[in-house]
Design a protein around this ligand. Sequence first.
Ligand SMILES: [Zn+2]
Length: 309
Amino acid sequence: MLFTVTVLGLSATTSFSYSQGNFTGVELSITSVAGNVYMIQRPGGGGNIGVQVGPDGVLLVDSLFAPLTDRLVAALKQVTEEDIRFLINTHIHIDHVGGNENLADMGVLIFAHDNTRLRFFEERSRYPRAGGSYAPQQPVAARPLITFNDTMSFHLNGEEVRAFLAPPAHTDGDSFVYFAGSDVLHLGDVYRTTGYPIVDIYNGGTLRGTIAAIDQAIDLAGPDTKVIPGHGLEVVGRDELVEFRDMILDIQGQVLSMIREGKKLDEVMAAQPTAAYDAQWTDDPGWGPVDFVPIVYYELGGSGRLADR
Ligand SMILES: [Zn+2]
């Protein structure tokens, strides 16, 4: 079963933004993924929310931006009357934790990995777009109340919901969430359908961890597993993860060869190691080869230092 319900049919949809920005007219939709699991999305597919629904109550994965909480709750009401009980944050970024305070006010218990909670204490939160933009520190009430250091399971709505730390990929607190009975995997921003992987070096992300994390997801996924990306409008499967991993490995291999030939970053950029992929992987205007390739270059030992733009 696949259906979409539009909530708040206001004016035309706005373009996707990572800033706190203007949310006027932003419509959220809720879509069935598999079993007990749904996905709430915004136009452009930013900060996809995983939703588990059943008689024991609602569990959410990520909370979007604060101004969208009412619309999030309204979308949820399209499929359940049960209360929201639990929220798992996949990582620290504002488009995934911005609704935390509002949900905490509603009595929702917030869970995250230890490393993600630590990031809530930073004076301001840096994120990788535009060379490192900042979001203000989240309020105290937004902080996860319960943290885990490896893995944690909920036993809810007739299935196990397992949250576990992925290798340091997008950040150093990335959690994957697997809904075992529904066979749905939420990968947070480690996997997106919209562009090259965002390795957030300001929050502990690494290229090596990205590859390891995607490998872990590929190992976990079966032939029927549905994968919710952190960003992007489609639910995908194991094959798309393999394609994503292979794309990263190919780019990594090209850049490494050029480093071994003594090439500088500008020469590597000029050689366009992502050329074969740019048509498919640059839907995201805030994150393209100019952002991704230098991270690959420097992590692989290219000479010089990553400019702090
Ligand atoms: Zn993110």
